[in-house]
Ligand binder design. Structure first.
Ligand code: GLN
Length: 305
């Protein structure tokens, strides 16, 4: 497995040249565009890591899966899906347009920004700090680490520049979908997006999803099976933003990406994969990460769709 990852790492590295690092959150622009890390955690609990797999980066939109799992665990499925749909949009992740034009007037799914901000608004806790800390503890359970941190610079950078997300949140308030204060809800969302992880962490969480809630390293259940299945289903249809259909055809694995450059992919009953490559394509997905997942899927016959 390690040799395969090493070979694919060498083959996919050049694909970072087809992307560029996100800069709309200014602090993300300092990432090394040529970085590439690949990690796998198998159903037997073996961990493989190559390249920049131990480099920390911010989880960004991948947090939307964890936030969904967290709120489903704490408040139940209905709390989320009475306010957010389960349908893909085909629009960019930060699009606002359908909030006004769709008949239901609720976000299409929890993996686009609008849906994710609603989910952040449901997180339990006394303050944004407390909610952020509880969320990080939940993520720590999934990835087997107690010391999950937030990248303060990225958090402050997004908080200081997020005009688009503020617009979305105010629109959600008008639709009566945010129970709390708009700015506090956004604060929770920025905190969750700035959680700092590496590719191994993502592979570990993906392994939990691939085994319907069991962490293969500790051999313990850390998530309800139903929660894991809901997350994976939405990852198939919505996880790669408006590139989800193409990814399903090319790679055929439930996956979720973030503009920090991470992708996690859960291969049913076999392994969790985590990749890091901060140069993004024009949909906001890691360019080298996509290339590596395409090759891995082909080479190891990972396709589940
Ligand atoms: N924090 C980012 C945003 O809201 C997350 C987006 C992403 O990773 N696609 O813009």
């Amino acid at each position: 497995m390690k040799e395969i990852l090493q070979r694919i790492h060498a083959e996919s590295k050049h694909a970072s040249a087809h992307g560029s690092v996100a800069s709309y959150i200014p602090a993300l622009a300092s990432a090394r565009p040529e970085a590439l890390g690949l990690a796998a955690v198998t159903a037997e609990g073996k961990i493989f890591a190559v390249g920049d797999a131990r480099t920390r980066f911010t989880i960004q939109s991948i947090s939307k899966v964890f936030a969904l799992a967290y709120v489903m665990t704490e408040l139940g499925e209905d709390a989320v899906f009475s306010r957010v749909g389960k349908e893909p949009t085909g629009d960019p992740f930060n699009s606002i347009i359908r909030l006004e034009t769709s008949a239901g007037r609720k976000p299409f799914n929890p993996l686009i920004n609008a849906g994710a901000i609603v989910v952040s608004g449901l997180m339990p806790g006394f303050s944004p700090e407390d909610k952020g800390a509880r969320f990080r503890a939940f993520v720590g359970q999934l990835i087997g680490r107690k010391d999950v941190e937030r990248d303060e610079a990225v958090y402050l950078s997004e908080k200081g520049t997020a005009a688009r997300n503020r617009s979305i949140a105010w629109f959600l308030k008008e639709l009566d979908l945010l129970p709390g204060e708009v700015e506090e809800t956004l604060d929770v969302y920025f905190r969750q997006c700035a959680v700092s992880v590496d590719a191994v962490d993502l592979a570990r969480a993906a392994a939990v999803l691939c085994l319907d809630g069991i962490d293969p390293v500790r051999g313990e259940r850390v998530l309800e099976a139903r929660t894991a299945r809901v997350c994976k289903s939405l990852m198939v249809t919505c996880g790669m933003y408006d590139g989800s259909g193409e990814f399903a055809v090319d790679v055929g694995i439930p996956a979720k990406s973030g503009v920090g450059g991470g992708i996690m992919a859960a291969v049913r009953d076999r392994m969790g994969l985590g990749v890091y490559g901060p140069a993004l394509d024009d949909r906001g997905n890691s360019a080298a990460g996509l290339d590596a997942l395409r090759r891995l899927s082909e080479e190891l016959d990972l396709r589940v769709l």
